[in-house]
Design a protein. Structure first.
Length: 597
């Protein structure tokens, strides 16, 4: 084995762990090992012709012959070094440099009036001074040939990494200690590589090259769940889903991801319950609907900049608009992320209704908002899936979508979601926007290139506090409408619950975020959206995904009592699913009793 000096660590301090439970010295690896694996290999595109590949092989073999450990000579060995010649082809004497000068004789300077060492020619053979005494590039400490005889050229070894190139081993090629025996036939090789061996044409496929190891690799990568279908609600999300599928496949992550487009979140809930889809990423309020009406359960949650998987709901207004305050929003224009969304609707309306600022009309929050606010953008407010009562046109007057996208509760509506509601405040005539606490930071200070974001400064916006005061955007912990659970990934529960599937989904997302959790535009990122869109599938503010413990996967347990109470204030149908289920079970029980009698 190749060892790097690590503060006095010795080879004798380590043992090999054998499959039979015993221990052996490191030198006894032939009798104590876990099997042979193919060596590293140089790969090219399958589009490269065999003739070109043969040329590559010949070049690399010659390269290894000249600069590998089995090369014809070692430049750092003085007895094998070629003799030094001067400019005329004459062999240099030990006391001569390339200009036939005598560097050991002192310069004639009887008055010692100047430092003649500075102007002396470079001595190429002996340990003479450099051009400048301050220049240490060619000093003994930088003698790349490894000797102290004054030779100033760098020796290159194809299979060498440490210590010449730092503390990291196996750079480009695996590296071998010079006197280590070659135990295995190596291709491109270990910290034990000595040569490059061409692979025959009949073995130049990954399956043929790996041989039996291919079966072992595929067995390890085998997943009990073949596919996982994600349901999305817009073309923009579908495009990102397809990119994510390609990215996951590039890392050989299983199960394979498929993408299914539903026309709404409710449609996705129905598709998951029916088996057409397997998962969807939902807002906290949609998690409520999914759990209540479709028996779906959350199993992974997003994490933002807080320690736990939750966020604060804040009301944002322009700093220049001093007439807008949270305790009196009558006749104001409001911007919401969507109908029945947690931060955009449930908490703001529950606060206004429960504190008596708005007439409740029972639990008809849509009517209450329509008669209290002048104009709003509440995506989905006129959709029969989300509003089974009377549609109020002024709930969509500020929305920006064109044609069928107008006031739609998905990413095709420009003012949908947290960023959409904030954009409605910036450019759409809104006086207040109800968003999550990270939204202002995400869309100010030049963090995005979209034209409506460019001039936004965080100081231009303030938070409206429940007591009627204002606070700066970074004071969301003391000026908010409450804390809500983060968006979550949901799947089938109830009779469709499958623990094996859920474990496979969890493993996929946990591994996926290790590869694609970074926010970079140079590669696919799970937590970034292509401009001009925001929060596609996952929220752009997401820093990581977190597994929800099995004991908290029931929707009401995950959301908490505060949210359950707020939802009942704003939704007349809240809890109706459980009521109907109770009635149905009661009727069924009575029927069974009659039959038994």
């Amino acid at each position: 084995m190749a060892w790097i000096s690590l503060g006095g660590v010795r080879q004798e301090q380590f043992d090999l762990l054998c499959k039979d439970g015993s221990r052996r010295p490191l030198s006894d690896f032939e009798n104590c090992n876990w099997g042979l694996v193919p060596s590293d290999a140089i790969v090219v595109s399958s589009a490269v012709s065999f003739e070109t590949r043969e040329k590559f092989q010949a070049f690399l073999q010659e390269f290894a012959k000249r600069y590998g450990k089995n090369g014809p000579r070692h430049l750092d060995s003085p007895d094998q070094r070629e003799p030094e010649l001067d400019n005329f082809g004459n062999r240099l004497l030990p006391t001569q440099d390339r200009y036939n000068a005598r560097p050991n004789q002192p310069e004639y300077d009887p008055y010692n009036s100047r430092n003649v060492q500075r102007f002396r020619r470079q001595n190429y053979v002996q340990d003479g001074p450099d051009y400048e005494t301050r220049n240490t590039l060619n000093g003994p400490e930088r003698n790349y040939s490894g000797g102290t005889d004054g030779t100033y050229y760098e020796h290159f070894d194809l299979f060498e990494s440490t210590p010449r190139y730092g503390e990291h081993g196996n750079l480009l090629f695996q590296v071998l200690v010079a006197n280590e025996p070659l135990y295995l036939r190596l291709l491109i090789n270990y910290d034990s590589a000595r040569d490059i061996v061409p692979v025959p044409e009949n073995l130049q496929t990954y399956e043929a090259f790996l041989g039996k190891s291919h079966e072992i690799i595929m067995e390890v990568r085998k997943c009990p769940v073949n596919r996982m279908t994600m349901c999305v609600t817009s073309d923009e999300e579908k495009n990102k889903c397809v990119k994510m599928r390609t990215a996951l496949k590039a890392q050989l992550l299983k199960p394979e991801l498929d993408c299914y487009k539903g026309h709404s979140q409710i449609h996705c809930m129905q598709a998951i319950r029916g088996g057409t889809a397997d998962i969807a990423v939902l807002d906290a309020s949609d998690v409520y609907t999914a759990g209540l009406n479709y028996e779906l359960i959350p199993f992974i949650s997003e994490v933002y900049n807080l320690e736990d998987a939750d966020y604060y709901v804040v009301a944002v207004a322009k700093e220049s608009d001093l007439d807008t305050e949270l305790t009196y929003l009558r006749t104001k224009n409001t911007c919401h992320g969507g109908i029945n969304t947690a931060a955009g609707w449930v908490y703001p309306m529950a606060y206004l209704i429960s504190n008596g600022w708005i007439r409740s009309y029972g639990c008809n929050s849509i009517r209450a908002a329509a008669e209290y606010f002048t104009k709003s953008c509440v995506p989905g407010a006129i959709s029969t899936e989300y509003n089974t009562g009377v549609p109020y046109d002024n709930m969509c007057d500020l929305c920006h979508g064109a044609s069928f996208r107008y006031c739609k509760r998905d990413a095709s509506e420009d003012y949908y979601g947290h960023t959409g509601a904030f954009r409605c405040l910036v450019e759409g005539g809104g006086d207040v926007a109800f968003v999550k606490h990270t939204t202002v930071f995400e869309n100010t200070g030049g963090k995005k290139r979209e034209w409506w974001v460019r001039d936004n400064l965080m100081e231009d916006f303030e938070l409206l506090c429940p007591d009627g005061t204002r606070a700066e955007a970074n004071e969301y912990r003391k000026c908010n409408l409450g804390k809500i659970k983060s968006n979550a990934i949901v799947t089938r529960g109830g009779y469709g619950y499958n623990e094996t599937q859920i474990d496979a989904y969890i493993n996929l997302f946990m591994y996926a975020q290790t590869f694609y959790g970074r926010k970079t535009r140079d590669d696919f990122s799970m937590f970034m959206s292509d401009p001009p869109h925001s929060d596609l599938i996952f929220q752009d503010a997401t820093t990581q995904l977190k597994v929800i413990p099995a004991s908290q996967r029931y929707y009401s347990v995950y959301l908490g009592s505060d949210f359950m109470r707020a939802r009942r204030i704003v939704d007349c149908n809240a809890g109706s699913g459980s009521i109907f289920a109770t009635i149905a079970l009661t009727i069924l029980s009575c029927a069974l009793l009659v039959v038994l009698q």
